[in-house]
Design a protein around this ligand. Structure first.
Ligand code: SAM
Length: 439
């Protein structure tokens, strides 16, 4: 009996191994960039998430655990690029004593992994580090050190360092990335780490990610590393949405003297969910208060969504109604359908046809890096230029090769509630709103 050979990364100009790959927030962007010679394979251990990846046609290693694999394994040995978004629960208790301790431990252990000249000395260091992380009460703290192990082993064991490295996580991990930047510079990389805002890149959601980009450039480690430049307006509670280029009438980006910058208006929830939400709505969540208790957790459909997490289904939606003073009026009896998985995926900038698998996909969606942000990061890290315009359309219109069975799909049904005024002025909503006041 012959066995199919395990999946492995084909040689490519930019061959990516994606650690802690999730449902493919980064790998789907790599797929869109295929014509530039980009290929990727993910390492992911959760079976439901692996099922989503398989349905999307993404390559995933047979070995599930990042800790059980290394850069010399035949399935990933061709990789020239390392990316990863390790789980971050140990640090997300931001400000807590436990969170600080986890951070201090990781910085100290990362230093122990740096500056080794040979394989044997690195192996001794890794053994010590592993013994300590294995003994930690939260052994997930050690996950964030795995990319560093891969980077060092690629250099010392495979004897072919990764050419490009991209790591991303929640902003509380920025001090770890900054520490990695110092270590990577001493290892021959030009490297930088910064926090990026997803809505700056046309994602219909506010979310912040700490991103590290490193490029192997031994003679030039202190050079600037170009990061993606904002293409869209930053969201601020109460700020007015900029007029679109279309509404300026000349099809170009609007006058820089008006905006102070060359950016497009933010992309709103209403824009992203146009196919299923035909009237304006307000989303009530635990995020987005902007410091004003009156507005706690409320975002209008003309604004980007608050951060999409695994608890995205807890957000409640109501038709947008305002009283004569312009204040939002919520009528509990008018509650609309909660967000479907496809809608939550759209707010993360996944394609509408993304084949989410398993009964609870919210966690997969909430875990992911928005693919549209990935396009910006990968394009800048690999090609050192902004994404091509056509990639946004390819991403939006992407669909799996073989049509998936409808396991989690819910037919889009029109809203049953009557149209509601879009604002205190009573202007009905028609197509893309030109100017929306965020109350
Ligand atoms: C924060 S998510 C990353 C999401 C991914 N970057 C994306 O955009 O889709 C972390 C992922 O790592 C996976 N994971 C956690 N520990 C792992 C391990 N030891 N080996 C492989 N995958 C792991 C989790 O199941 C989860 O899907």
């Amino acid at each position: 009996m012959t066995h199919p050979s395990p999946p492995s990364l084909p040689p490519a100009k930019f061959a990516i191994v994606d650690l802690f790959a999730g449902p493919g927030g980064l790998d789907i962007a790599a797929t869109i960039m295929k014509d530039e010679g980009v290929e990727s394979i993910g390492v992911e251990w959760d079976d439901a998430t692996r099922a989503t990846r398989a349905a999307a046609g993404l390559l995933t290693t047979e070995v599930k655990d990042v800790a059980a694999l290394g850069p010399c394994d035949p399935s990933v040995v061709e990789a020239t690029v390392l990316t990863g978004g390790p789980p971050c629960q140990s640090f997300s208790v931001a400000g807590s004593r436990k969170g600080h301790k986890a951070l201090d431990d990781v910085l100290r252990l990362a230093t122990r992994l740096a500056d080794h000249e040979d394989e044997a000395s690195f192996d001794v260091a890794w053994k010590e580090v592993k013994a300590e992380t294995d003994a930690m009460s939260d052994d997930r703290t050690g996950f964030v050190l795995q990319p560093l192990r891969w980077i060092m082993e690629a250099k010392l064991k495979r004897r072919r360092p990764y050419e490009v490295i991209v790591l991303e996580q929640v902003p509380t991990v920025l001090p770890v990335w900054k520490h990695f930047v110092d270590i990577l510079r001493r290892t021959g990389y030009a490297a930088e780490a910064h926090v990026l805002h997803t809505e700056d890149f046309g994602v219909p959601q506010t979310r912040r990610r700490a991103v590290l980009i490193a490029q192997f450039d031994p003679g030039n480690v202190h050079r600037k590393v170009r990061f993606p430049k904002a293409t869209h307006q930053r969201y601020r509670k109460g700020a007015e949405r900029l007029p679109s280029a279309h509404d300026r009438g000349d099809g170009s980006l609007f006058d820089t003297s008006y905006t102070g910058d060359d950016v497009e208006p933010w992309v709103s929830m209403g824009d992203a969910l146009r196919a299923t939400r035909t009237t304006e709505f307000v989303m009530v969540s635990n995020y987005g208060s902007g410091g004003d208790p009156k507005n706690r957790g409320r975002r209008e459909s003309g604004e980007p969504a608050p951060t999409v997490t695994g608890k995205v289904r807890r957000n409640r939606l109501y038709p947008l109604r305002k009283n004569s003073s312009g204040e939002i009026v919520i009528r509990p009896e008018e509650e609309l359908d909660r967000l479907s998985p496809e809608e939550a995926g759209l707010l993360q900038s996944f394609p509408a046809e993304y084949p989410w698998r398993s009964t609870d996909v919210a966690q997969q969606i909430g875990n992911a890096i928005p693919p549209r942000l990935s396009l910006h990061i990968l394009s800048m890290a690999l090609l050192r230029e902004p994404p091509q315009e056509k990639w946004y359309t390819l991403l939006k219109e992407w669909r799996p090769k073989a049509a998936p069975p409808a396991t989690v799909r819910r037919p889009a049904r029109p809203q049953t509630s009557p149209p509601v005024p879009s604002s205190a002025s009573g202007r009905p909503r028609t197509g893309a709103p030109a100017k929306i006041s965020a109350k």
